[in-house]
Write a protein that binds this ligand. Structure first.
Ligand SMILES: *Cc1c(COP(=O)(O)O)cnc(C)c1O
Length: 239
């Protein structure tokens, strides 16, 4: 149980149940009953006890947006959970996480790809990455513009053989009414479909990582199969 500031007790178990019900509802609503949606538990600022609780409930994907914090949690929780790097990644920190993460959601520039490829080669592995797309072109957010994505993929494919592109990721603008940002998710899905048709070497478009606490239902209706959830699972973050 978590004590919120308001003194209300919430349980991670109940939260997860509600999220799973919402996921199913959104899948049914959009005619995707047979599809699966993977939940990434976003554990930034969340302490280890609560993360263990969520792991015990069967969630095996942890998302962190800072390298330092990811490493701290990796030290304690070990290598069993799948670690997802969901935040902006500085090239000089790639070496610390290259052999620890299942998926990098924030590939957004050639210099980062170069470093990922180099460090992956050192470990004799391929690194899995999603391309982050700034669909709404917000100045405060990282990511490529929609029209930059295919040329970017062409560069990656021709230069970096130890990178496997697995799909696309976006962070939608905050909207009081998430219906207002449905177009963002739809645009990313259409881009995914377009890229998938090109059959690039070492590229598949299996993953659409989109949707957070405020907008995951709409994101799923538009095709998300990976959602990144913090607040709805753990309650409000105290920064
Ligand atoms: C914090 C964060 C999330 C989760 O946000 P909530 O609104 O708490 O669900 C998802 N994706 C990224 C990239 C984040 O930094």
């Amino acid at each position: 149980m978590i004590d919120t500031k308001e003194g209300i007790k919430i349980s991670i178990r109940d939260n997860l149940k509600a999220i799973e019900e919402n996921i199913n509802e959104a899948l049914v609503k959009s005619g995707r009953q047979k599809d699966k949606v993977e939940i990434i538990a976003v554990t930034k600022t969340v302490d280890v006890d609560k993360i263990k609780e969520v792991l015990d409930l069967g969630i095996n994907n942890i998302g962190e947006n800072r390298v330092q914090e990811l490493l701290k949690k990796y030290d304690i929780l070990g290598k069993d959970p799948n670690y997802h790097m969901i935040g902006h990644l500085q090239s000089n920190k790639v070496k610390y996480i290259i052999d620890k993460v299942k998926l990098i959601h924030s590939l957004d520039r050639v210099s980062l790809a170069k470093e990922l490829d180099k460090r992956a080669k050192c470990h004799n592995i391929c690194v899995n990455a999603l391309i982050q797309v700034n669909v709404a072109e917000e100045e405060t957010k990282f990511g490529l513009k929609v029209e930059e994505v295919i040329p970017f993929i062409e560069t990656i494919v021709s230069k970096f053989e130890n990178i496997r592109i697995k799909g696309l990721m976006t962070i939608a603008p905050f909207a009081e009414n998430p219906e207002d940002i449905r177009w963002v998710f739809r645009t990313l899905r259409q881009l995914r479909d377009k890229i998938a048709k090109e059959n690039f070497l070492n590229v598949d478009m299996d993953i659409l990582s989109m949707g957070m606490t405020n907008d995951y239902k709409i994101a799923i209706e538009e095709g998300a199969n990976m959602i990144r959830i913090g607040t709805a699972l753990f309650g409000k973050r105290n920064y």
